[in-house]
Design a protein around this ligand. Structure first.
Ligand SMILES: Cc1ncc(COP(=O)(O)O)c(C=O)c1O
Length: 305
């Protein structure tokens, strides 16, 4: 049973304690290591350290890296971490396992997907977003269309976004849960409207993933990104995630062509040939030890429902 509490004034202590008792996630508190007496409300910026992550970090550094050295890429399967950890994030955002990669930063993933989306809609001029969207989203769009006179960034207030989508719209880029106000866009309605007009939608889920229910596949979402270090508790420097609907796997191509996105990365040939599916569409570099950090907590959350 889900219960919601709303207060206009500070609640009495017995109500607060009742909320704690009713909280389905309360038992997970024991799995985080906070300094005594700390009430930590900054998980929207940097999630707290979990015991699992601390143990995993120690294992990756001291056992895997320290003892297995270069063999760890295969022995401990570091090489497939973007896909393997991506499959765990997929469960949190309502995606299929092969639609999510964990790699790079949110800003870099935004850039890759904005460019890939524009290449899928070459005859359309407008990238639509809202004023006050998280700064990096707007800056990345500006950078992605810089030098391309056929494209413009149009900013419409959130209540006008739906009506602003039309036949000129190539791509809508919105942060699902707003980083300041926590206002939530209707992901399904905006995605539906975009599709009715032949446009694509790229969702920034940095403040949604791990915090609110998401079902990207049910909404037929096109693309999404999100941070690994906020509600996913991946720790400082944790890679971000990138979602690309299967419908776009055969056609979307990352503008950043790293060797790990190549169909035969170890052939070391001189020309790029994209790997089929998600790897060619999204991946450009390989894993680091930070993949280990969040990966444990990214598999608990669905059990908490
Ligand atoms: C909504 C949103 N998008 C993107 C980012 C940028 O992430 P990064 O700096 O890791 O690329 C942030 C960072 O706080 C964010 O809150």
């Amino acid at each position: 049973m889900k219960r919601r509490f709303a207060f206009s004034t500070a609640p009495a202590p017995d109500i607060v304690l009742a909320c704690d008792r009713a909280d389905l996630l309360a038992r997970y508190r024991q799995r985080f290591e906070l300094p005594p007496g700390t009430i930590y409300l900054d998980g929207n910026s940097l999630g707290a350290l979990s015991t699992d992550a601390r143990e995993r970090l120690h294992r990756v550094a001291c056992v895997e890296w320290g003892e297995s050295l270069i063999e760890s890429w295969n022995a401990h399967d570091w090489i497939s971490a973007p896909e393997r950890v991506g499959a765990k994030v997929a469960r949190l955002i309502g995606a299929r396992a092969d639609e999510v990669l964990v790699c790079d930063s949110t800003s870099v993933n935004l850039f890759k997907l904005v460019r890939a989306a524009l290449d899928l809609r070459p005859d359309r001029s407008v990238v639509l977003s809202e004023p006050g969207n998280f700064a990096t989203d707007l800056y990345v769009i500006e950078g992605a269309i810089a030098g391309d006179a056929s494209r413009t960034l149009r900013l419409e207030p959130r209540e006008r976004v739906l009506d602003a989508i039309d036949g000129h719209t190539a791509l809508v880029v919105l942060t699902h849960v707003h980083y300041k106000s926590a206002a939530m866009h209707d992901l399904r309605a905006i995605t539906d409207r975009a599709h009715e007009h032949g446009a694509l939608v790229l969702w920034d889920l940095s403040h949604s993933a791990g915090a609110v229910e998401l079902d990207l596949d049910a909404a037929a979402a096109d693309m999404a990104v999100g941070c690994g270090y906020k509600y996913l508790n991946g720790g400082p420097g944790a890679p971000a995630f990138l979602y690309l609907n299967r419908a776009h796997h055969a056609t979307a191509l990352s503008p950043l062509r790293g060797w790990m996105g190549h169909a035969r990365p170890f052939a070391f040939v001189d020309h790029y040939e994209p790997a089929p599916g998600m790897r060619g569409g999204g991946r450009c570099h390989r894993a680091t030890s930070s993949y280990g950090l969040g990966s444990r907590s990214w598999q608990w959350r669905p059990d908490a429902r």
